[in-house]
Ligand binder design. Structure first.
Ligand code: AHR
Length: 658
């Protein structure tokens, strides 16, 4: 038995006592308050924990561009670390310079592979892989096992693209195959004849005849010689919304199910970078994948820039969400010993942001709008927000913010700008607050915004997660976040947006302790925090209704947190209650001044008897919301809340004006 469950059981008699205290939740239905903005629940994407590379981005080849050893300007390798000139150290994620690739030699073949920088594909991809075959044997070539194994599904199609060259007149018939990790089973193969000469792009489609969760891709020849490869890419044909260079459908669907109002991108600290050269540079991430420039990302692994600015904007459109793009503010990440652009060069960073905005929403005949059209999207994308920097602080931030804000407002007055700080000398529309902590800090923060300045900027809680003392993300964390979010809904006259962070984690590379959605190369797990998000977002009322718990208690002493609102379209009272105690609890619900009520109401509840329970890849449905109906006897009724639960009650008022 888990120790916490044991303690909970010991406390059960106490809980029963506690539960015996009569508690009323009173909702003043006849006193509607402020509107709850439709923008309240969004999502935050950052390339961390292999969220994109090896995750949401459906590319199956690891280190497709052979650039994994490329360092940000001024940085050095120091043993197992990358060290910037400002002495920030980051882990080195790869083990050798051809990480992800292996030489394959069957039937007595002899040869080698090495990283080469002669005759590069282009200046953005200066390295390639050179395959030298001395004895061809049965076959000699290279294999790539992807991100912890390639997942082949029987009957599905896979599209392979690669670039190859040879010296002079040498030509190869190249065998490409999808196969098992040891090469014994082959699921699909094809021969590409006459590969060679100057750099050329080749395409092959392969249909897997059998499934394998841990497969690999091979490219091999059966005669002696030398061939170079670059930008070798394998995509499943099935991507989210069938986009080319697209996204993994199961992970993208998890996002779609959240119905986010906005998607923040690219982060996160990554927007700043380890140094200025390492910041996300959106221009490196558009156009054909072979023209893109990857980066050693701030979370210590190589990123191909495949899930780039265009794919991000496309995702927003596909999700029906607004884009919230974060630009670099003219210096790198504060926390990682910021490198500042000299004051007279900040205008170049401002221009970089203006160009990005033009790419997203400028007319199709503008310089960058034309690039967007050339990349297949003549119409503007739904960019609505630009945040200037991430967690950036200090005097320089204030000065740079003004420069960015003035330039952006002058050209794009319809955009909403978000600041990392409240600024004394500059108008700020929305300020971004971040919150990470343990459960008590989240439960206590239920009232955090009750006294926020109503005359100051609106607030975007841009990153939050109950990420301490909660295992890898257990139910306690989810309930603590639920209480905090009810506080945001209540204060949504001033808190207008929120997003949990980080969004994704690959179970084989967890750089951040607690995250929302886990995955491996084939499976996905939605943590209980995810279900809280989804429940609250899909039950967001339009109008706040005054809600109180009697007798009143401070959040610190309270086991119950409640908030209600009105869904105007369906004429429903939406009441949300967190019961953090490890025992069921009966409460009296009083709907003060309501109209006549339908006899049956809906209840959606997320709960588990063990508050330390977690969903996992092997057991993803330990904690999932369940929907039932219950009878409503009148405007006052008793209701039993499950132990450790978030409950949403939807009660229809009959004959009410919509
Ligand atoms: O969400 C993970 C990191 O936490 C973000 O990159 C950064 O903004 C914050 O400190």
């Amino acid at each position: 038995m888990k120790p916490t469950l044991f303690i909970a059981l010991l406390l059960a008699p106490l809980a029963a006592l506690h539960a015996a205290e009569p508690v009323r939740i009173v909702v003043d239905v006849d006193q509607p308050g402020h509107a709850v903005p439709a923008t309240l629940y969004g999502i935050f994407f950052e390339e961390i924990n292999h969220a994109g590379e090896g995750g949401l981005y459906a590319e199956m080849v690891l280190n497709r561009d052979f650039e994994m050893t490329t360092l940000p300007k001024g940085a050095k390798w120091a043993g197992n670390l990358l060290r910037t000139a400002d002495d920030w150290q980051e882990r080195k994620w790869f083990g050798n310079e051809l990480w992800g690739w292996q030489f394959v030699a069957d039937g007595g073949a002899r040869g080698s592979i090495r990283l080469d920088d002669r005759e590069p594909l282009n200046d953005r991809n200066p390295h390639s892989l050179r395959l030298t075959v001395r004895e061809p044997g049965a076959r000699a070539g290279v294999a790539n096992g992807g991100f912890w194994g390639m997942n082949f599904v029987a009957g599905r199609w896979y599209d392979l693209t690669f670039h190859a060259r040879t010296d002079g007149a040498e030509r190869f018939d190249l065998n490409v195959a999808l196969e098992s990790a040891n090469g014994r089973d082959r699921y699909a193969s094809a021969v590409v004849c006459g590969v060679g000469g100057a750099w050329k792009e080749y395409h092959v489609s392969l249909q897997a005849q059998a499934g394998d969760r841990c497969g690999r891709l091979t490219l091999s020849v059966n005669r002696a010689g030398t061939v170079w490869f670059d930008v070798v890419s394998l995509f499943p044909r099935d991507t989210f919304q069938n986009r080319t260079n697209g996204l993994r459908p199961d992970l993208a669907q998890a996002l779609a199910d959240l119905k986010p109002a906005f998607v923040r991108f690219p982060g996160g600290a990554i927007a700043g970078g380890l140094n200025l050269d390492n910041r996300i540079q959106w221009k490196n991430s558009i156009g054909p994948i072979a023209q893109r420039k990857g980066t050693m990302n701030l979370w210590g692994y190589w990123t191909s820039s495949g899930l780039g600015f265009h794919e991000y904007l496309q995702l927003c459109e596909d999700l029906g969400a607004a884009a919230l793009w974060v630009c670099n503010p003219g210096f790198s990440d504060n926390y990682r010993h910021a490198e500042y652009a000299p004051a007279d060069q900040v205008k170049e960073f401002v221009q970089e942001a203006l160009d990005a905005i033009e790419y997203a929403i400028g007319p199709a005949d503008s310089k960058w709008g034309a690039q967007r059209a050339a990349n297949g999207h003549p119409a503007p994308f739904p960019l609505r927000y630009v945040e200037i920097g991430n967690e950036a602080s200090g005097k320089v931030y204030g000065t740079n913010y003004v420069q960015f804000a003035e330039a952006i407002r002058a050209k794009y007055p319809a955009l909403t700008l978000i600041s990392n700080q409240r600024l004394k000398d500059a108008p700020v529309e929305i300020v971004d607050d971040h919150k990470y902590g343990n459960p008590s800090s989240f439960f206590n923060a239920y009232g955090q915004y009750d006294y926020a300045d109503r005359n100051g900027p609106k607030i975007y809680v841009g990153e939050y997660a109950c990420s301490r003392d909660v295992g890898e993300g257990n139910l306690t964390a989810a309930l603590a976040e639920a209480a905090f979010l009810l506080g945001l809904e209540r204060n949504s006259d001033v808190v207008v947006m929120s997003s949990y962070a980080p969004l994704f984690f690959h179970v084989n590379d967890i750089a951040w302790p607690v995250n929302l959605i886990g995955f491996d190369n084939a499976r996905v797990v939605r943590r209980s925090s995810y279900h809280v998000q989804r429940m609250l977002a899909s039950n967001r009322p339009d109008i706040v209704l005054p809600t109180r718990i009697e007798p009143a208690a401070t959040p610190k002493d309270s086991d119950l947190f409640a908030f209600a609102g009105l869904d105007r379209k369906s004429s429903e009272i939406v009441l949300k209650i967190v019961n953090r105690f490890a025992a069921p609890r009966s409460v009296t619900i009083h709907l003060n001044g309501s109209g006549p009520l339908a006899k049956k109401a809906r209840m959606i509840a997320l709960h588990h008897d063990d508050s330390t329970a977690e969903n996992s890849l092997d057991d993803p449905e330990v904690i999932v919301p369940r929907e039932t109906t219950f009878a409503i006897p009148g405007a006052e009724f008793q209701h039993m809340l499950p132990a450790n639960s978030l409950t949403v009650l939807r009660i229809t008022q009959e004959g009410r004006m919509k």
